[in-house]
Design a protein around this ligand. Structure first.
Ligand SMILES: [Zn+2]
Length: 177
C-alpha cells in the first residue's frame, strides 16, 4: 500500500485501487487475480462504500470481499449495465456473478463527482480535497480507449476539457501508464 496524501492510499491490484482510510471508502476493486493482495492489505469488513469509476472487469473484480459495503456507480453506467451486462463488464464469468445492488453515486457528498463520458458513457472522475481520481478516463500517458462497447468516443474531448479546469494536487489514474 502506497500513501498518496493524507488519508489516501493506493493498492496495486492489477488496476489501481484507492483507499480512503478515514471514510472507509474504496475506489474500484481491481482484477480478480489480486483477491489475496486486497485481502491482506485492507480490513475488508470495515469498508463502508465502494465506488466504481466504471464497470469494466479490471475495476470491479473482488467486489465480493466487501460484505458490509454499499456499491456506487454513475446512473448512466448502471443503466448501460442493465441493458448490456457483457458490454459493460467485458468478462463472461464476472458477468454471471456480479450481483450487487448498484446505487447512484450522485447522492454522495464526500466527493465532487465529475461525469466524464468517453472511455465508457458512464465513467466518472472523483475529486476528494486536492486528490483527483480519473479511472480509465485519463492516465499519465494520455486518455483511455474509446473503442469499447460502452464507449462514447465523441464525448471524450469534452470530458478531458472538464478535467483540465479542475484544481488538484494529486493525480490518481486507474492504471499507471
Ligand atoms: Zn476501463
Amino acid at each position: 500500500m502506497e500513501k498518496i496524501s493524507e488519508n489516501v492510499y493506493k493498492i496495486n491490484a492489477g488496476s489501481n485501487v484507492y483507499y480512503l482510510e478515514k471514510e472507509k471508502v474504496l475506489i474500484d476493486t481491481g482484477i480478480e487475480e489480486y483477491y489475496e493482495t486486497l485481502k491482506s492489505e485492507i480490513d475488508c469488513d470495515s469498508i463502508k462504500m465502494v465506488i466504481f469509476t466504471h464497470l469494466h472487469y479490471d475495476h470491479i473484480g473482488n467486489f465480493e470481499l466487501f460484505k458490509n459495503a454499499k456499491f456506487y456507480a454513475s446512473k448512466k453506467e448502471i443503466e448501460f449495465f442493465e441493458k448490456n451486462p457483457f458490454g459493460a463488464i467485458l468478462d463472461k464469468n464476472l458477468v454471471k456473478w456480479f450481483k450487487v445492488k448498484l446505487n447512484d453515486v450522485s447522492a454522495l457528498k464526500i466527493f465532487k463527482i465529475i461525469e466524464t463520458p468517453g472511455h465508457t458513457g458512464g465513467s466518472i472522475c472523483l475529486l476528494y480535497k486536492d486528490v483527483l481520481f480519473t479511472g480509465d478516463t485519463l492516465f499519465d500517458c494520455g486518455c483511455g480507449r474509446v473503442d469499447l462497447p460502452s464507449s462514447e468516443p465523441s464525448l471524450m474531448k469534452g470530458s478531458l476539457e472538464k478535467i483540465k479546469k479542475l484544481k488538484y494536487k494529486y493525480f490518481c489514474p486507474g492504471h499507471d501508464y
